[in-house]
Design a protein around this ligand. Structure first.
Ligand code: NGD
Length: 286
């Protein structure tokens, strides 16, 4: 290939790999594994994860010793030089083995359509973990990546769109494998933050409903607690008594896991109220 002929990647309908992907991945990995001393905490949101590590160094496998370069290499090897629509779950298994992490019992938080709120909740409750508070979830969150069968480079021009191109793309398969492992490792009482401002707070087609729920181990997980949260200022569309939650309840009963549900769980509601202090639902009298 001549230098003046830029490599032509296949064209897809989704946005391309995140610019500076490798640097971001490695940088995040080092922040997560190395910056645990409070005096080195950068003054921005990342400190929440470092504080978690401080608290849980005894529970969480010794992350400080993890080699970020090895993790980055295993990550790349899963999808590089491959058709981004033909990535398999097995492709990510070496990575999962290298970077596996356990969360203490009773501390796992799932979410579906409540990403921001669930993360605010685990920020405030420093001992709780969403998937994005674990190493691999943290390094990959919000990024896009894909390779190309004809090249060892990432495709920064475009990546497959889940709907328009293919379901088994490098990003979707990664989240599926990671979510599955996160659920398999959960124990004790687990929680899920659901969105009651949607017509279906629970959806079987979501990662939570399609992957996580089915990979909880009844021998380890005794209860699933659902918090159905209504956005302040929107009219509620679904609740614990709605049919979607009934579906979830029946799935859990078949799986022999106790299920409880609460609308507008107070510790999470308070977080919504911090942003909407004047709303009548946030006043002490209601
Ligand atoms: O099919 C998809 C798809 N569906 C949703 N999303 C998708 N991305 C694809 N590539 N292909 C994106 O995943 C969507 O833009 C959201 O940013 C994110 C989660 O989707 P959402 O809100 O519908 O909730 P899910 O139930 O599907 O997934 C959330 C749960 C949560 O407990 C995490 O442990 O599944 C885990 N997770 C899955 C996928 C992605 C996390 C992420 C993440 N951090 O991006």
């Amino acid at each position: 290939r001549l230098w003046h002929q830029p490599l032509k990647h296949r064209e897809w309908n989704g946005t391309g790999s995140t610019a500076h992907f490798q640097d971001i991945f490695l940088g995040r990995c080092y922040i997560y594994t190395q910056l645990v001393q409070p005096e080195f905490r950068p003054y921005h949101m990342q400190h929440t994860f470092e504080t978690k590590l401080l608290i849980f160094t005894s529970h969480v496998l010794s992350l400080r010793d993890r080699d970020c370069k090895k993790i980055e290499e295993a990550f790349r090897n899963a999808f590089i030089s491959k058709d981004p629509c033909e990535v398999t779950e097995e492709d990510y298994h070496p990575l999962m083995e290298l970077a596996s992490q356990t969360v203490p019992c009773d501390k796992t938080v799932f979410w579906s359509r409540t990403k921001e709120l669930a993360h605010q909740y685990t920020w405030v409750r420093q001992e709780m973990f969403t998937l994005e508070n674990t190493l691999l979830g943290y390094v990959a969150d919000g990024l896009t990546w894909c390779g190309d069968s004809g090249s060892s480079e990432m495709n920064y021009q475009s990546c497959p769109d889940w709907r328009k191109d293919c379901k088994n793309n490098s990003v979707t398969v990664f989240w599926k494998v990671l979510s599955k492992m996160f659920a398999e490792n959960a124990c004790g009482m687990v929680q899920v933050v659901l969105n009651g401002s949607l017509s279906n707070a629970f959806s079987k087609d979501s990662t939570f409903g399609g992957v996580e729920v089915h990979n909880l181990h009844p021998e380890k997980v005794h209860t699933l607690q659902a918090w159905v949260m209504h956005d302040i200022g929107k009219s509620p569309s679904d609740s614990c008594s709605g049919s979607s939650i009934m579906d979830l309840k029946s799935i859990m009963s078949k799986r022999n896991i106790k299920f409880t549900c609460q609308d507008n769980y107070r510790p999470v509601k308070f977080l919504q109220c911090v942003r909407n202090p004047e709303d009548s639902s946030c006043s002490l009298r209601t």
